[in-house]
Write a protein that binds this ligand. Structure first.
Ligand code: NAP
Length: 491
């Protein structure tokens, strides 16, 4: 299908961007670059940064190499380490937003309660009673966004401090305190490694053991940084190498449970465990009984060292309840604590909810997604015209750069938007048929992935089906490059 209609003037479109995290900032910059300056970015918090604004726990870092976890158009020669700490990533987003003037375009403290498609436009309402309207919504509201609190008896009865890892209370002093951490995901592992050296005691409550891939995280030298600064092509080629390594290596492997690379990865994790955990009892407690990369692979250079320190304890007995003084486990033991950290993950099926999103003909997103969220290509939902998601449901989530994912998705969305701008149509949304077919194919393919090989994880939906892009990253790139317009209802 041709995307131009030379006889008519392009339409002026107003864009409403929901969220000022990595994807929202990207959207603003890209719209600006395209000369589409009529946009608003709404952010409910008082600061940009999304995940990196919210996750301020000790040890927070990205396990994707920083030179890949950067916008393609904003390389950063100054990354301090191969895997930069969270505070540096937050500063990066603030710096890029400022450089492109996007920080001035974000309206902070604006929590959206409702988005309704009426007479061909999206009308949105905020908690403060104000309203706005526009032609196109870009939902950049994030995935790992809504904390998941564990259902543990008497959770509120603890008399010390309790908080979720994504709601870290930096005012609570930790030095010399007894800390309990519930969970063994990427977050808990980073917290444990960071806190053990400074606290009196750290008790890690493990429900499921994790495979841990050794991670080497060297600092970049001043010479390297100045080389990157003076010769951008060096940085570009480093980024291309890392991207290729991820795309052709890990991301291909995880979608094929029979991949030889997964065997190699598991061997590296097993060797890490065998060689670096001395006590055979502790070693067995830390040994997973499922395949490596079934859950999101943990990357750590210092977790095994931290958990073997005299002030660290791994508790594998189940948690029975929380009491005034600490955590009571099923063996009857009370683990007395001063601070309890809930590193228990996120409600990953929420996306832009609890916003009440109402599409064509009064269709409510809450009803359409009542069983589970879905979207054609993770981007468009039938009957929700001109609303497009970045990092939406069932998109790529493996251990690779969500920035790269969002950039590819944004370019795809702009090709759909171009149909509206050039007056080929006024409304674009995926057809129900295409969405159903996409979902059926996705579910079939997901069964072949390593995520479906017999473990519990946040990748799995309510049916136990991995809610992620189950094909290669190469295929994702190809799909994003050329939208199949025939799969859309264009009216
Ligand atoms: P997560 O991977 O979902 O881990 C949650 C942990 O809490 C699991 O160990 C889970 O145990 C445990 N848990 C939940 N409810 C529990 C209960 N009632 N009792 C005992 N244990 C309970 O969450 P996360 O660690 O916050 O990580 C989420 C994702 O964020 C990661 O997978 C990653 O994508 C991202 N992340 C990335 C980085 C990075 O370096 N890039 C760092 C942190 C987070 P089970 O395993 O038994 O369910």
């Amino acid at each position: 299908m041709s995307t131009t209609s030379p006889s008519k003037e392009p339409r002026d479109l107003r864009f409403l961007i929901l969220g000022a995290g990595m994807s929202g900032i990207l959207s603003g910059i890209e719209l600006q670059k395209a000369g589409l300056n009529d946009f608003a970015i709404y952010e409910k918090a008082d600061r940009l940064g999304g995940t990196w604004r919210e996750n301020r726990y000790p040890g927070v870092a990205c396990d994707v190499p920083s030179h890949l976890y950067s916008y393609s158009f904003a390389p950063n020669p100054e990354w301090s380490h191969r895997f930069a700490p969270g505070s540096e990533i937050q500063t990066y987003f603030e710096t890029v937003a400022e450089k492109y003037g996007i920080d001035q375009r974000i309206q902070f403290g604006k929590e959206i309660t409702r988005c309704e498609f009426e007479d061909g436009r999206w009308r949105i309402g905020f908690t403060d009673g104000t309203r706005d309207e526009g032609d196109i919504i870009i939902a950049a509201t994030g995935v790992l966004h809504h904390p998941s609190y564990p259902e543990i008896e008497e959770l509120d009865s603890f008399e010390g401090e309790t908080f979720h890892s994504a709601r870290w209370d930096g005012d609570v002093p930790l030095a010399g305190k007894r800390i309990g951490v519930i969970g063994t995901g990427s977050t808990a592992i980073q917290i444990t490694s960071a806190l053990v050296p400074e606290v009196a005691g750290l008790t890690l409550f493990q429900r499921t053991a994790q495979w841990v891939m050794p991670q080497n995280n060297p600092a970049y030298t001043d010479d390297e940084k100045s080389e990157f600064g003076q010769h951008p092509e060096t940085l570009e080629s480093l980024r291309a190498d890392i991207s290729q390594m991820f795309a052709e290596g890990f991301s291909n492997a995880v979608v094929d449970a029979n991949s030889p690379l997964l065997v190699t990865i598991e061997a590296a994790c097993r060797q890490n465990l065998e060689e670096n955990v001395k006590d055979p009892i502790l070693r067995e407690k830390l040994r997973p009984d499922y395949r490596a990369a079934c859950k999101r692979l943990i990357m750590s250079e210092d977790f095994y060292d931290a958990i073997q320190q005299p002030n660290a304890e791994l508790v594998t007995e189940g948690i029975e309840r929380i009491e005034n003084a600490g955590v009571r486990t099923s063996d009857g033991k009370l683990h007395e604590l001063d601070v309890l950290v809930l590193a228990t993950g996120f409600r990953v099926d929420r996306f832009m909810r609890p916003i009440d999103v109402i599409g064509r003909g009064g269709v409510r997103l809450e009803d359409v997604w009542s069983e589970r969220p879905s979207a054609y290509m993770a981007i468009s939902i039938p009957d929700f015209p001109n609303l497009f998601m970045l990092n939406g449901p069932n998109g790529p989530v493996g251990n690779f750069s969500l920035i790269e994912v969002a950039e590819l998705q944004f370019a795809y969305i702009m090709k759909l938007v171009e149909l509206i701008r050039t007056r080929r149509c006024t409304e674009v949304s995926a057809s129900q048929q295409a969405t159903d077919r996409f979902d059926a194919d996705r579910v079939e393919a997901a069964k072949k992935t390593i995520w479906h090989s017999g473990c519990q994880s946040w990748y799995l939906d309510d049916r136990g089906v991995p809610a992620a892009w189950p094909w290669t990253f190469h295929r994702f790139r190809e799909e994003m490059e050329t939208p199949r317009f025939a799969e859309y209802e264009l009216c």
